[in-house]
Design a protein around this ligand. Structure first.
Ligand SMILES: Cc1cc2nc3c(=O)[nH]c(=O)nc-3n(C[C@H](O)[C@H](O)[C@H](O)COP(=O)(O)O)c2cc1C
Length: 271
């Protein structure tokens, strides 16, 4: 960390954040000492943030103070990226009218998608059902991953008004991808977003990634109004707000993927 954070960065951090006691760089420096921990030791603060984070889909109406949003974006700014390209940019939307427009547009797209691909909307044996089934099968052959049951169910629920795209959050952060990024800039977006959601979690805020935000891209007027311009495009969004309820009590299944472990010329399979 010392190599990366120079005094100039530290001053920047303190000025940008303007938060009393947030001597982030210096705290980070003090914590760079390498120390082993005993097996089974308590989870530290970072691990706790990772373990307790859940996607939040119900938010209090109360807005998050602007300085807290600045603070979590600052954690995004320090994310690693391939070639240090930092191929991202953020648009923070806290204007409820604009968020409502974004929501309305995405719902419209989901309605169109559902009408064009969900043949179960039409009676068995009908000509409409046969035509839509044929269309869906063709699209499925062309884009097999686009028809995963989870997003398809969500699209139907969004179209029917049972699931909100932006979860009625008071703040929506659009994560823009700079297409000039080297390698796979989409990965860098995942990394920067992870920093943001974990920082939010550590401050008691709730977040939810919104992959459906990409649907906005087909609304040229809205995209322009939001301030998205080439070479940037909307890659993802993160909703932010104060969670309703206790999200850490939600059970989310996690697979235990096997780990291939090579050491001293031997290979083991661990779980
Ligand atoms: C890149 C990405 C996109 C996502 N898009 C959405 C989305 O559009 N809507 C939504 O409600 N959840 C979305 N999620 C949240 C996932 O559904 C959620 O992370 C997953 O079910 C695991 O639950 P957890 O976040 O509570 O641990 C997304 C997550 C990621 C990482």
């Amino acid at each position: 960390m010392d190599d990366i954070l120079n005094d100039h960065d530290l001053e920047d951090l303190e000025c940008d954040l303007d938060v009393a006691g947030a001597k982030a760089g210096r705290v980070a420096r003090r914590r760079t000492a390498i120390h082993d921990i005993e097996p089974g030791a308590e989870w530290n603060d970072v691990e706790q943030a990772i373990l307790t984070r859940r996607s939040i889909r119900k938010f209090k109406a109360r807005q998050v103070p602007a300085h807290m949003i600045r603070r979590i974006l600052e954690m995004g700014r320090f994310a690693p990226s391939q070639g240090n390209c930092q191929p991202w940019s953020f648009i923070v939307v806290r204007d409820r009218t604009i968020i409502a427009q974004m929501e309305q547009y995405c719902v419209g797209v989901c309605k169109t998608m559902t009408a064009n691909i969900d043949y179960t909307n039409y009676p068995p044996g009908s000509a409409e059902r046969a035509a839509i089934m044929e269309n869906t099968q063709k699209l499925n052959r062309e884009n097999p991953n686009s028809f995963h049951p989870v997003p398809m169910t969500a699209i139907k629920s969004i179209a029917n008004g049972r699931f909100a795209v932006f979860h009625r959050a008071p703040t929506v952060i659009l994560l823009l991808l700079d297409k000039r990024g080297v390698g796979v800039p989409e990965v860098d977006i995942g990394v920067v977003g992870t920093n943001i959601v974990l920082a939010a979690q550590s401050l008691g805020l709730g977040t939810c990634w919104v992959g459906f935000s990409k649907l906005l891209s087909s609304n040229t007027a809205l995209v322009e109004k939001l301030g998205v311009a080439p070479p940037f495009e909307i890659a993802e969004a993160v909703c932010v707000g104060y969670p309703i309820g206790n999200p850490t009590q939600q059970t989310i299944s996690r697979q235990t993927h096997q780990i291939v472990w090579w050491e001293d010329g031997n290979m083991q399979i661990l779980y």
